[in-house]
Ligand binder design. Structure first.
Ligand code: NAD
Length: 493
């Protein structure tokens, strides 16, 4: 078995820890790859390499946007050329069905193409200013932030990496990247592509290993100018505290417990299908998952019956065979999800379907959990309040529009939300009231490279994707020019 390496200062290296991380296939629990674990010393080397690349050699930062864009396009082409292999690795490593992994890789290709174009668009502003000191001309330019550390979770390993790397590179930054230790393989392949595409030495570095040591080193380092993180709110809070040392710029994409509000006048069959996409896509391991269905009481029975019939009919199996759902990412995560299911039962929610591990046939050794629906849920239940991050959905009912809005917003999170109704005025009224960064009307989950992604409240700070995603990785500089140079005569002598 080939042992995968980290990438520091333009070279693949085994690093200095002497330790290996085992990569486990969640479909059968078997080790199918190994990766060299980075040490703190390796992380420090990666930070120095990024620092040197940004502040001394400056090759990437100073490259004009045409040339930089060309390299980003080459990266996009290489991802497209390797799409089939990348999708297979992603499905095996994470457990997501192959067709979903293929979609992630395709989105990645387009994200690099999008940012390659965006950096060539005219940027900055010219301001008509008034001054007591004579005629002035004021304008702004956007510059890269500098040395950026980026940390990602395991649920969308490739896509979360792309959402961070493509805009940060487009802006001209130098980067140290750390993926989740559960899912490193597609990121390692992406760094192979970076090497082939000819990114200058030191401007991208890949370290791998535990967040509690390596991630904290990145968050605390005074040589890092910015840290962006996607993961749990708890770790996001730690990163904020650590980043305070040198007042780093931060971007946080955190957890969610998003409401999916369904009114009685909705197209019910359509709402059922979108609700399934909302909670069972990617095995429910989606930050924006519609994990709280909030439905008008008069249609609840019909809706739950239809949803349960479809959930019970879902296929679970090897991700490479394109089932409806694959396994959860790891044994420990499966146990966490099953624990929440037990809590739901104990707290009095009605289990409608699922609620257990799935062990039929070839799934016996894998980490599969059946799609699970809990009815009769109330706002104080743990399963309604906490992010489960698995294929588990709760059902609550309302009788008035205001009650639906109150329920939707009754959460510490504010990542996403949806409204289903055919009354357009109501749809707009309700979506406006939902305190969340990503919202949908009569659909759930479609995500676009062009549109900003991020949360309100404890779901994070900042936005990824779109123009906002590029601006996160830029500083804005104000430049003021005196149009009448010479003596001002402000002081008497
Ligand atoms: P996690 O917070 O446990 O880990 C995420 C990353 O942080 C990993 O790379 C991990 O190694 C690292 N890490 C762990 N402890 C750290 C520390 N003390 N300091 C620095 N880094 C540390 O999250 P996870 O279990 O990998 O992913 C699931 C979470 O991610 C869920 O809460 C989900 O909602 C969230 N998520 C959010 C978005 C979004 O866009 N808002 C997208 C995907 C996932």
């Amino acid at each position: 078995m080939e042992i995968k390496k980290m990438f520091i200062d333009g070279e693949q290296t085994e690093g200095t820890s002497g330790k290996l991380i085992k990569v486990i296939n969640p479909t059968n629990g078997e080790v199918f790859a190994e990766v060299h674990e980075s040490s703190i010393e390796d992380v420090r080397k990666a930070i120095s390499a990024a620092k040197k690349s940004f502040y001394e050699t400056r090759e990437w930062r100073d490259m004009d946007s045409q040339q930089r864009g060309d390299i980003l396009l080459k990266i996009a082409d290489l991802i497209a050329d390797n799409a089939a292999e990348l999708a297979k690795i992603e499905a095996m490593d994470n457990g997501k069905p192959l067709r979903e992994a293929e979609g992630d890789i395709d989105d990645g290709v387009h994200a690099f193409r999008y940012y390659a174009s965006l950096i060539k668009v005219p940027y900055g502003g010219v301001y008509d200013v008034n001054s007591n000191f004579g005629k002035m001309h004021s304008y702004t330019v956007h510059e890269p932030v500098g040395v950026c550390a980026q940390i990602t979770p395991w649920n969308y390993p490739f896509l979360m990496a792309i959402w961070k790397l493509a805009p940060a590179l487009a802006a001209g930054n130098s980067i140290i990247f750390k993926p989740s230790s559960s899912t490193m393989l597609s990121t390692i392949m992406l760094f192979d592509i970076f090497e082939k595409a000819g990114l200058p030495k030191g401007c991208v570095n890949l370290v791998m290993g535990p967040g509690s040591t390596l991630g904290e080193e990145l968050a605390a380092s005074e040589d890092v100018d910015m840290i962006t993180f996607t993961g749990s709110t708890e770790v996001g809070q730690k990163i904020m505290r650590l980043a305070a040392g040198n007042v780093k710029k931060i971007g946080l994409e955190l957890g969610g417990k998003s409401p999916n509000v369904i009114f009685a006048d909705a197209d019910i069959d359509g709402a059922v299908e979108w609700a399934m996409i909302g909670i069972f896509f990617n095995q429910g391991e989606v930050c924006s998952a519609g994990s709280r269905i909030i439905i008008e009481e008069s249609i609840k029975e019909e809706f739950v019956k239809k949803l349960a019939a479809k959930a019970n009919a879902m296929t679970l199996g090897n991700p490479l065979d394109n089932p409806d759902m694959g396994p959860l990412v790891s044994k420990s995560h499966m146990e966490r999800v099953l624990k929440y299911i037990e809590i739901g039962k104990k707290e009095g929610a009605t289990l409608i379907c699922g609620g257990e591990r799935y062990t039929e046939g070839e799934c016996a050794k894998g980490y599969f959990v059946r799609p699970t629906i809990f009815d009769d849920c109330t706002k104080d239940m743990t399963i309604v309040k906490e992010e489960i991050f698995g294929p588990v959905v709760t059902i609550q009912t309302f009788t008035s529009e205001q009650e639906a809005i109150n329920m939707a917003n009754d959460t510490i999170y504010g990542l996403a939300g949806a409204v289903f109704t055919l009354d357009i005025a109501r749809a707009i009224r309700v979506i406006k009231e939902i305190r969340a960064g990503i919202t949908w009307i009569n659909c759930y989950n479609p995500t676009f490279n062009e549109a900003p992604w991020g949360g309100y409240k404890m779901s994070g700070i900042g936005r990824e994707l779109g123009i906002h995603g590029l601006e996160e990785y830029q500083e804005v500089k104000q430049i003021n020019i005196n149009l009448t140079p010479g003596v001002l005569g402000w002081y008497a002598n």
